[in-house]
Design a binder for this molecule. Structure first.
Ligand code: A3P
Length: 295
């Protein structure tokens, strides 16, 4: 197990200016050549923004709210992580190749690195964004528990890396802004984690409308309940408890950690907050994208 850990936890490698996991960089040609299908639904997020949550909601919508059917397999098999190719361990591209349509596809790629077949096929995309400060906190814990990440150092050190985009998938600021701009020209539904927390049913309704689907009220209520943080935390098919320990160590920090908005207040010092906000204003200046950092 230690060998696997050493094998996987290595420094990031730049792919077209974006720091990615070394194994993705090595297998990049496979990712680039990914063949999207017109009825694929892409779930795109910056890491730690609610990917697993919206994936479970979408699998339930695709299965008409059948909660038992959605326990058929772990979320990472029901919604394969396209660019996750670890030699000899897993291959998102290959998993998707043998999957029947309609497929739900997960990616964290910034818009410019997305395989061109998605644009050619005009695939629908659901993008979920979460406020930067909560993402930074969640990513810090994830770096500790998920062994594919380089070690984060102290919170102070990690926060600097996050601000400067020296983390897997690069700058949060560019990621959200670029996907936001793209959503003006492509069929991209742009959702916010904070809205999902505040009124999950309303966001499920947006998803249904976007997908041109309809579900009875009762089914929607069932989906809201089944995808609440407490229920998903206990569900082995959504809580990542089924991945091996060399991959994720939930005793360090559980994957389903807190699931709240505003946890950053328990981590940022006043000085960190001020530095973060000043930098944030500069990086987000001119963008029409606005976040709520608490609800
Ligand atoms: P925290 O670390 O803040 O708890 P992703 O799936 O993109 O990796 O995001 C993981 C984050 O989403 C974690 O945040 C996790 O707890 C939170 N999350 C997962 N399922 C959730 C749910 N049903 N409701 C609210 N938050 C959820």
């Amino acid at each position: 197990m230690e060998n696997m850990e050493d094998f996987i936890r290595q420094e990031l490698v730049d792919v077209q200016g974006i720091p990615l996991y070394w194994f993705m960089a090595e297998e990049w040609s496979q990712v680039e050549a990914f063949e999207a299908r017109p009825d694929d639904l892409l779930i795109a997020t910056y890491p730690k923004s609610g990917t697993t949550w919206v994936s479970e909601i979408l699998d339930l919508i695709y299965n008409h709210g059948d909660t038992e059917k959605c326990k058929r397999d772990a979320i990472y098999n029901r919604v394969p992580f396209m660019e996750l190719i670890i030699p000899g361990v897993s291959n998102g591209v290959k998993e998707l190749e043998i999957m029947q349509s309609p497929r739900l596809v997960k990616t964290h790629l910034p818009v410019q690195l997305l395989p061109s077949s998605f644009w050619k096929n005009n695939c629908k995309v659901v993008y979920v964004a979460r406020n930067a400060k909560d993402v930074a906190v969640s990513y810090y814990y994830f770096h500790q528990m998920a062994k594919l990440n380089p070690l984060p150092g102290t919170w102070e050190e990690f926060l600097e890396k996050f601000i400067s985009g020296k983390v897997p998938y690069g700058s949060w600021y560019d990621h959200v802004k670029d996907w936001w701009e793209k959503s003006k020209d492509y069929p991209i539904l742009f959702l916010f984690y904070e809205d999902m927390k505040k009124n999950p049913k309303c966001e499920i309704q947006k998803l249904l409308k976007f997908l041109e689907k309809d579900l009875p009220e009762e089914t929607m209520n069932k989906i809201v309940h089944h995808t609440s943080f407490d229920v998903m935390k206990k569900n082995p098919s959504t809580n990542y408890s089924t991945v091996p320990e060399w991959d994720m160590d939930h005793s360090v920090s559980p994957f389903m950690r807190k699931g709240i908005s505003g946890d950053w207040k328990n981590h940022f010092t006043v000085a960190q907050y001020e530095r973060f906000e000043a930098d944030y204003q500069k990086k987000m200046k001119g963008s029409t994208l606005h976040f709520h950092s608490e609800i």
